[in-house]
Ligand binder design. Structure first.
Ligand SMILES: NC(=O)c1ccc[n+]([C@@H]2O[C@H](COP(=O)([O-])OP(=O)(O)OC[C@H]3O[C@@H](n4cnc5c(N)ncnc54)[C@H](O)[C@@H]3O)[C@@H](O)[C@H]2O)c1
Ligand SMILES: O=P(O)(O)OC[C@H](O)CO
Length: 331
């Protein structure tokens, strides 16, 4: 199969490396200089240092439709901020497309922040498209360490193409029809990982971490179901699986943001120090906005937004959550 990966950040590079032994893989970088440097060094020194780029991965840059010409599958590996433009560039293409981004689009003006498949329905409804998600740190996938992903789409052909493309000795790819649930899980876990990082940074203890993960899963499920997802999707890889990984794994950029805020860094300092995107920072407001619109209660996500907006300090966010009225346990 010919696979074109659009975006040479950590995750696009890792998946290109993983698939290279089994498929013809090209890796597109928007910055031509970065593309040339990677072709020369056979390494992504900026986003995935220390991991060799197989000789068979072809680096490219330039016009997107030219890059995907002749490909059997295009993978959009940009952050959510780049997805709309990428889909616009691919509008009219007959190549099946999957995105890897996890978030809601940053809400602009009065408009609501959209999930990836909602953006696609708006700007490129004719594409055969879907998402590849699940608990996966780029570094581990690039090193060939065992990982399980989920391929979600309403198109059976796209789900099968993603399994054919990436299922292999170190990657298991499960198919799922519930694209809404898979995307909501991937987006909301990033916001919750900021909360867990914060709690761990404040040394609140393991009980607090477990409480945040469990009640966070309930928030994620409530929002997802209100948006049309199946509740059981949140018990799967893109729900509980990715939440546990991101909330507890120190490779997570979103968790790091929480840890840094707890250590007294400003949001700007925290984000600048990462060198990578932390999608939770950009989609937390959209999560809360969509939840409010649907009448869904998301107190943990609300606290994360208050913190990111500078309306409360870390200790105040915790006090606010603990001071809520007692309630009945339900998802
Ligand atoms: N890194 C991971 O472990 C991982 C795993 C699963 C999913 N994801 C998701 O994949 C997406 C990409 O993450 P990443 O880790 O590769 O990010 P990264 O920060 O490592 O790299 C981002 C890449 O996108 C490019 N980029 C940035 N803004 C862009 C824009 N507006 N338009 C086009 N290109 C742009 C950058 O030049 C860079 O090549 C995110 O949504 C992330 O949540 C990441
Ligand atoms: O580093 P993070 O927090 O963006 O998380 C990376 C992946 O989404 C984990 O599945």
């Amino acid at each position: 199969m010919k696979i074109c990966v659009l975006g040479a950040g950590a995750w696009g590079t890792a998946l290109a490396i993983n698939a290279a032994g089994r498929h013809a893989v090209s890796l597109w970088a928007r910055d031509e200089a970065q593309s040339q440097a990677m072709a020369l060094a056979r390494e992504n020194t900026r986003y995935l240092p220390g991991i060799p780029l197989p000789a068979s991965v072809q680096m490219c840059s330039g016009v997107v439709p030219d890059a995907v010409a002749g490909a059997d599958l295009a993978i959009i590996a940009t952050p959510m901020a780049g997805l709309r433009d990428m889909l616009l560039a691919l509008r009219g293409s007959s190549c099946p497309v999957a995105w890897l981004c996890k978030g809601f689009e940053h809400a602009h003006g009065g408009a609501e922040g959209l999930l990836a498949h909602e953006i696609q329905a708006q700007v490129a409804p004719g594409l055969v498209a879907g998402v590849l998600s699940g608990p996966s740190f780029a570094q581990e996938v690039a090193q060939g360490r065992p990982t399980a992903l989920v391929a979600a789409s309403v198109h059976a052909g796209l789900r099968e193409a993603l399994v054919d493309a990436f299922h292999g000795p170190s990657l298991r790819v499960y198919a799922n029809e519930d694209i809404v649930g898979v995307e909501v899980g991937g987006a909301v876990k990033n916001v919750l990982a900021i909360a867990t990082g914060l709690a761990d940074g404040l040394a609140l203890g393991l009980n607090a971490r477990a409480a945040l993960i469990t009640r966070g899963l309930a928030e994620m499920t409530r929002l997802g179901v209100a948006l049309g997802a199946r509740a059981d999707t949140f018990m799967g890889l893109s729900g509980l699986g990715d939440l546990v990984l991101t909330a507890t794994g120190d490779l997570s950029r979103n968790r790091k943001v929480g840890l840094l805020l707890a250590a007294g860094k400003t949001l700007e300092q925290a984000v600048d120090s990462l060198g990578h995107v932390a999608e939770g920072v950009y989609c937390a407001r959209a999560v809360v906005q969509r939840a409010r619109h649907l009448g869904v209660e998301m107190p943990i996500a609300e606290s994360v937004v208050a913190l990111l907006d500078g309306r409360v300090r870390p200790a105040e966010a915790v006090a606010e959550l603990m001071g809520r009225e007692p309630g009945v346990e339900r998802p």
